[in-house]
Design a binder for this molecule. Sequence first.
Ligand code: FES
Ligand SMILES: [Fe+2]
Length: 368
Amino acid sequence: MTTLEVENRSEMKPTLPSRYYYGPDIYELEKERIFYSSWICAGRAEQVPNPGDFFRCAVADESVIIVRDKAGSINAFYNVCRHRGNRLCTEDSGRFKAGALACRYHGWTYALDGKLIATPNMVDADRFRKEDFSLYPVAVQLWEGFIFINLSSEPEPFTPDLGKVGPKLHRYNLSNLRLGYRKVYDIKANWKLVIENNVECYHCPGVHPELCEIQPGFKSGIIGQEEADGAYLVDGGSTYSTSAKTTRPLISTITKEDEARFRSVTLYPNLFLGLLPEHVFVFYKWPVGPKETRLVVEWLFEPSTIETPGFDPSDTVDFLDMVLSQDWDICADVQMGIQSRAHHSGVYSLQEQLPYKFNQWILKRLEG
Ligand code: FES
Ligand SMILES: [Fe+2]
């Protein structure tokens, strides 16, 4: 077990001002400077295995279509028709029939690469050129089986900061893992409170007694969530369940050093990876408003594990669901508490350096 390195033992750091967690002005700024201009994890490439397959995602107020084209590339577009702005796609996922997206208003039809290919019944004007009316593009980057998108017209370079866990991440073979289960939570708290909760363990002894039973290092509340060594699971455990044990096999590519160990990685602003010897769980955080967050949780396993007859991840799904419900209850209470007229800002203890680091990232982004 390792303990958190504390850079400066004499100084506690302030949280963000309380209004950053509910002010509509701050939320508007975050939309522009964070969610519409940084790389956001939209989902997994396996969600669009074949040409024409698509899913939609909501990045704050924007709707984006992710689609695989006939050449096999994954593209993303604003979900907006170039004619008069109709929302093109109204389903969450599916397959575009006939390999094209047709707007249901006047029938303008787009190829899977975004090019306008048909304008049925339209009386062509002399200077109208279809090539001027492709769908508005959204930048796409694939990484470890994840699809990242960037709504900026000039996206910054994609350089994920994996921290200390980075050198070990390849051992979990993320790009090969497949979805075993998905669950959606609607949390009554600002998206930053959800991340701040995820990246510190000071709250674990009080809020997560069951988690501390299988991960005793969390009982001290000073385990750094992103340390290279992570935290040990009891009795050689391999998963999050009441005993930390399961009959499912370990991920075949991990090493001895990864066994009975939990690690995590946070990629700001919306992705969290929980790395267990037997599976990886993923959080995608989507702001819905200044005081609400939608969290999508996915449990990823090796394909051979999922294909095993009787595959049933409910032991680990139920356990994590219990832990997360404890977190979201607290986050909702914090959201209410910080809105008090008495509370203008809080303070971070020495073992809460990661939330502070996250807050510094926020402030830097908001400065522009
Ligand atoms: S708004 Fe889409 S075809 Fe008219
Ligand atoms: Fe927690």
